[in-house]
Each structure stands twice: as structure tokens, then as C-alpha cells.
Design a binder for this molecule. Structure first.
Ligand code: DAK
Length: 258
């Protein structure tokens, strides 16, 4: 792969978008590589957490690649949009837990790809924003949908309509970032959160992720029914037996299902 680096260690995949000269802007080639990478990781049993980050200390992802978009036809724009939609959906729905390590600018498509992750941890120099309407387009990689779901309709409209950049502390305050840490500690913080998550039942976590993601897109009664179904399914696992037996025997559980 030319534009991304994938490193797997201790069941954690660190995926680095590596186009530092253009602040890791997403061109079609990078989106295609991300799609392939997410497909591969989703099928792997030896990866339980994916951490997504950008190369360098300045940017996570400064958006879609403007130099590629400037002369794109509507058909090319649509193709790029579909590629991003497929890649982002894979990221959002994969059974693994996904953490965006936001190490600088997360603008436009950069903010949008971070929002397709389960959790966002920001470095203290991170800046989030949706500058698209200043370019004569609107957020098209899910920004109008995911931002409103994360921070509410009013705040999402303000961020999108004004193009204001939100610093890391403000992102934390409004629920866009889960945590803010010094830049030097960003990756280690993400990895220790990953380790904590991996010490729990990975299969149960994947079911909880599905219940949250799908449930939030439906009415409460249907969401609760889905939760009950997945709850029932969790009773079929070895982890459920081991987890409960370990509690009763006052020992640490060894949960292995995934
Ligand atoms: N695309 C291409 N190149 C970019 C870029 C981008 N998004 N952002 C930065 N660069 C490049 C700059 O052109 C510059 O290149 P050189 O001049 O060195 O060759 C290099 O990265 C360093 O950037 P700056 O010199 O500008 O650095 P500064 O520190 O002065 O400023 C900045 C940093 C992040 C504030 C600034 O670079 C900036 O404003 N960047 C653009 C941010 C932006 O507007 N992002 C949103 C892009 S629009 C679609 C759906 C969705 C989308 C597209 C299509 N479809 C459905 C089809 C998404 C759209 C977007 O994301």
C-alpha cells in the first residue's frame, strides 16, 4: 500500500494515513487502500482493536484532497463519495473496536472518518471542523449525519454553517472527543485503552457495538428488541459461562470468544 501503513502487534492494528506533505488529505487512491485495509481487518480474528491515526505531528487528516476534487466531474465526485461511504461503513460496523487517535487537524473528511470510529482520543493540538461550505460543497462523507448524532443538531449546524475550527478541549466538552491528552502520550493512551477493552469479552463487545449502532438508527422499542436478541445470543458463548463462573469462584475470568 502506498498511502497507508498497517502495523499489527498484540492484537492491535495501528493504521496510519501517511501523506504527510498534504496533511494526510484523502485522495481516491488512499480511500481505496483504506477500504481494502478495513475489509481485511474486519475478517481477522487476531486483531481486536484498530487505532486509526495520521502521519506526523500536525494533522490527523486535513480533509478530502482538494487538488484532486477541484477539477472532478459530478460522476467522479459520486465515485469518490461511494468509495468513502463503503470504507467508512466498514470502519463503523467492523466487529473490532475502532479508536481514532486524532493527532492534529481533523477537518472535513478527516473529522468525518474520525466520527466513523467508535472512540476519538485527541492530542492537545487537535482541531476539528467541517470547512466544506466555505469551498462551496457540503460535508459529504457523513458529516451532516454523524456530527448531528454525536453533538446534537444545534451544535452540528453551528460547526457546519460557520466552518469554525473546534479545539481539543471544546471537542471534549461537546462530546466529540472522548479524551484529550498531550501529543506525546496519544498513541500510548490509545493502546492502554485498547488493552483495557481487550481484557473484557471481545465477542460481547462486538454485540454491544452492534446494539448501539443499529439501535440508535431505529425506534426505542425496536432497539430494545434487538438488545434482547443479542443479549440472548451472548448466553450461547463460552465467555458467558467462564465470566460468570469466574465471578462465583472469585478468580479472574479468561474470556476468549471473538
Ligand atoms: N487537500 C489537499 N492538500 C491539502 C489539504 C487538503 N484538504 N489540506 C492541506 N493540504 C496541503 C496544502 O495545500 C499544503 O501543500 P503545499 O502548498 O505544501 O504543496 C500542505 O498541505 C500544507 O498545508 P498548509 O500550507 O495550508 O498548512 P497550514 O498550516 O498553513 O494550514 C490547514 C493547515 C489544515 C488549516 C490548511 O492546510 C487547510 O485549511 N487545509 C484544508 C482544510 C479543508 O478545507 N479541508 C476540507 C476539505 S473538503 C465527497 C464528500 C466529501 C468530501 C469530498 C467529496 N463526495 C461525496 C464526492 C470531503 C470534502 C472535504 O474534506
Amino acid at each position: 500500500m502506498k498511502n497507508i501503513i498497517v502495523e499489527v502487534e498484540n492484537e492491535i492494528a495501528v493504521v496510519t494515513i501517511s501523506r504527510e506533505k498534504s496533511l494526510n488529505a484523502l485522495n481516491s487512491e488512499t480511500l481505496a487502500e483504506l477500504k481494502e485495509c478495513f475489509e481485511n481487518i474486519a475478517a481477522r480474528k487476531d486483531v481486536r482493536v484498530l487505532i486509526l491515526t495520521g502521519a506526523g505531528k500536525k494533522a490527523f487528516v486535513a480533509g478530502a484532497d482538494i487538488s484532486e476534487m477541484v477539477n472532478a466531474t459530478p460522476a467522479e465526485g459520486r465515485k469518490m463519495g461511494m468509495l468513502a461511504k463503503e470504507a467508512f461503513m466498514l470502519l463503523e460496523t467492523m466487529p473490532q473496536v475502532t479508536i481514532a487517535a486524532v493527532n492534529g487537524y481533523a477537518l472535513g473528511g478527516g473529522c468525518e472518518i474520525s466520527m466513523a470510529c467508535d472512540i476519538r482520543i485527541a492530542s492537545d493540538n487537535a482541531k476539528f471542523g467541517q470547512p466544506e461550505v466555505g469551498l462551496g460543497i457540503l460535508p459529504g462523507f457523513g458529516g451532516t449525519q454523524r456530527l448531528a448524532r454525536l453533538v446534537g443538531k444545534g451544535r452540528a449546524k453551528e460547526i457546519i454553517f460557520t466552518c469554525d475550527q473546534i479545539d481539543a478541549q471544546e471537542a471534549y466538552r461537546i462530546g466529540l472527543a472522548n479524551k484529550v491528552v498531550p501529543q506525546d502520550e496519544l498513541l500510548d493512551t490509545c493502546k492502554s485503552m485498547a488493552e483495557k477493552i481487550m481484557s473484557k469479552g471481545s465477542y460481547a463487545i462486538s454485540l454491544a457495538k452492534e446494539a448501539i449502532n443499529t439501535g440508535l438508527e431505529t425506534d426505542l422499542a425496536s432497539g430494545l428488541t434487538l438488545e434482547a436478541d443479542l443479549f440472548g445470543l451472548s448466553f450461547s458463548t463460552a465467555d458467558k459461562k467462564e465470566g460468570m463462573t469466574a465471578f462465583l469462584e472469585k478468580r479472574k475470568a479468561n474470556l476468549t470468544d471473538f
